[in-house]
Structures are given as structure tokens and as C-alpha cells.
Design a protein around this ligand. Structure first.
Ligand code: ZN
Ligand code: ZN
Length: 320
């Protein structure tokens, strides 16, 4: 394909154009066979016996065919210009859309960050409340125990002093009061263990509802599993078909009977055939992270099985 720019020289109007092969001759003729302008020397030389004519005679024929082709090219020019205009429009639409979406992303993220920060402050406040509550409870217990210890010491010291330093008569006179006092002290009930514990968990994966329309996660959990309150649920606790997977659910609850709402407790399961106590069935425990545990097993043979489920090394009651 010839670059049209190279042909620009031919369009210089009025100026004679000389033959490149014969620089003394003008290109006035047109070789029909080679389809190009030639000079007088050409038609007797290289183009001998080729049909030719004066350029002024053939221009109409060739001009018309070029015009005909031009008609086919013109719509392409328009279509391409239109396509470029569309690209320009699309490019500016793209820029605007990107700005709009970027603004949406920023608004959403800033809102989310605010919601998370608000939730963080709420959690820290909740943690502080728990600390205060537990600390107050410990302070109260401490005060009560200190009072009791002081009473005990007084009682012990007084009695020891009486017994070592008192006269027989003094001992006999005070005996009644002392005995009553010591008996009372010996009967006082008190707990030797702290009344509260430090069981506080942060559960980052637990849903914490919504804050300004954003779903947020992370809760503080102070519940402690109480094996006595845990229950097992499911049909397959009582019967299971051989070679078919059976399952049941363990619900872990705290001392108040409320479901734990978090996973991570130490669960041990053993399912043992009553006939073959030394070959327990393989079991799977799936922590559902919400205080429930999915337990499945596949008995190899028909028979009666005993299900043992231990939470914190204590057996869970089988409740039907
Ligand atoms: Zn020539
Ligand atoms: Zn020719």
C-alpha cells in the first residue's frame, strides 16, 4: 500500500511533472497496461507496444472510477468520526462514573469506619462495666472475708489468752460467752474461692447486629460453660442404622442455662458399642462457633451403643 503522503508531490497544480526515468520529459501520457503516467520516451522504450493515451483524454474515465470509490470511502470517514466521538463521550462518562463510584466507596468506608469505632467504644465501655461489676463483687467479698477473718482472729486470740493467762475462775466465768462465740464462728459459711472469675472473651466473628445500617462483628462474652446445664439433642442419640452416618447436637450452656453463643470449649466424645467396649466408633465433632457442636458417627455394626460426651472433663447428661 502506498502512503498517500508520498503522492502529495503530484498535486502541485499547474507545475509540469517530469518523468523520473527521463527527466527531460513531462509525464503527459498514460499507459493503460501499466495503469500509470508515462512520458514520450517511455512509450517508445519500456512501454513499447503498451496501449496509451494523453492524460487529458483518460482523466474522465479514471476520475469517475476514483469518485465512485470515494463514495464508498466517505461513509467510513463519517462512521469513524462518529466512533471517535462516541469514544470521547464514553471516556468522559467513564471518568464521571469512576468519580461517583469512588465517592460511594469513600462514603461507605467512612461510615463503616465510624460504625466500627462506635462499636469499639461500646465494647470497651461494656468491658469496663464488666470490670467494675466484677471488681465490686470481689471488693464486697474481700470486705466480708476480712471482717470474718478479724472476728476469727479476735475470737482465737481472746480464747488463747484466756486459756493461757486466765485464772481458773476467769475461764469458768467467761466460758459460756466464749463457747457461744466460737460455735457461732465455726458455723459461719463462706466461700474459699473468689465469687467471680476472669472469664471474659472477645469473639471477633460473632455478629453484633447493625450500627448505622452496617453489619458489625465482635462481641464480649463472659459466659462460662456449665457441663451440668449442657444438653444433647437429636433423634440419632437413640437409634442409628449401621453404616449410615448418624448425628446429634450438643448445646453448651452456662450456669444460668443460657446458650453459650460461642465455640471453642473442650469437647470430647466417645461412642462405644456395649458388646465391644474396646472398639469405639469414630466420631466427628464440628464446632458451630455459636455454642452448639455437631457430632456425627457411623456405626459399623448393629447393636446398642453408649454415647459419652464430656465438656471440660465432665459428663453431659443424656436428656431425651
Ligand atoms: Zn519516461
Ligand atoms: Zn506500460
Amino acid at each position: 500500500m502506498v502512503d498517500l503522503k508520498d503522492l502529495k508531490g503530484y498535486s502541485r497544480i499547474g507545475k509540469p511533472i517530469l518523468c523520473p526515468a527521463h527527466p527531460a520529459e513531462e509525464l503527459r501520457l498514460f499507459c493503460e497496461f501499466c495503469d500509470r503516467p508515462v512520458c514520450r520516451d517511455c512509450v517508445v522504450g519500456e512501454h513499447r507496444e503498451h496501449p496509451y493515451d494523453f492524460t487529458s483524454n483518460v482523466i474522465h474515465k479514471h476520475g469517475d472510477s476514483v469518485r465512485e470509490l470515494l463514495k464508498g470511502t466517505q461513509p467510513h470517514v463519517e462512521a469513524l468520526e462518529e466512533a471517535l466521538a462516541q469514544i470521547k463521550i464514553m471516556n468522559s462518562a467513564l471518568q464521571k462514573r469512576v468519580e461517583v463510584v469512588a465517592a460511594d466507596v469513600r462514603t461507605f468506608s467512612e461510615g463503616y469506619i465510624k460504625a466500627i469505632e462506635e462499636h469499639r467504644d461500646k465494647l470497651l465501655k461494656q468491658l469496663e462495666d464488666i470490670r467494675v461489676q466484677k471488681e465490686n463483687s470481689l471488693q464486697l467479698q474481700k470486705a466480708q472475708l476480712e471482717q470474718l477473718l478479724a472476728d476469727m482472729r479476735t475470737g482465737v486470740e481472746f480464747t488463747e489468752h484466756l486459756l493461757t493467762s486466765g485464772s481458773d475462775l476467769e475461764i469458768l466465768i467467761t466460758k459460756g460467752v466464749v463457747v457461744e462465740r466460737l460455735r457461732k464462728l465455726n458455723k459461719v459459711e463462706y466461700s474459699t474461692r473468689p465469687g467471680v472469675n476472669d472469664k471474659i472473651h472477645f469473639c471477633p466473628q460473632e455478629k453484633a447486629g447493625q450500627c448505622h445500617g452496617y453489619v458489625i462483628y465482635g462481641t464480649i462474652n463472659t459466659k462460662e460453660v456449665d457441663p451440668a446445664k449442657c444438653v444433647l439433642q437429636g433423634e440419632d442419640l437413640h437409634r442409628a442404622r449401621e453404616k449410615q452416618t448418624a448425628s446429634f447436637t450438643l448445646l453448651c450452656k452456662d450456669a444460668a442455662g443460657e446458650i453459650m453463643g460461642r465455640g471453642g470449649d473442650n469437647i470430647r466424645v466417645a461412642i462405644v458399642p456395649n458388646e465391644k467396649k474396646d472398639s469405639p466408633v469414630r466420631t466427628m465433632v464440628q464446632d458451630n462457633k455459636d455454642g452448639t457442636y455437631y457430632i456425627s458417627y457411623t456405626p459399623k455394626e448393629p447393636g446398642v451403643y453408649t454415647v459419652w460426651v464430656c465438656v471440660k472433663e465432665q459428663h453431659v447428661q443424656l436428656v431425651s
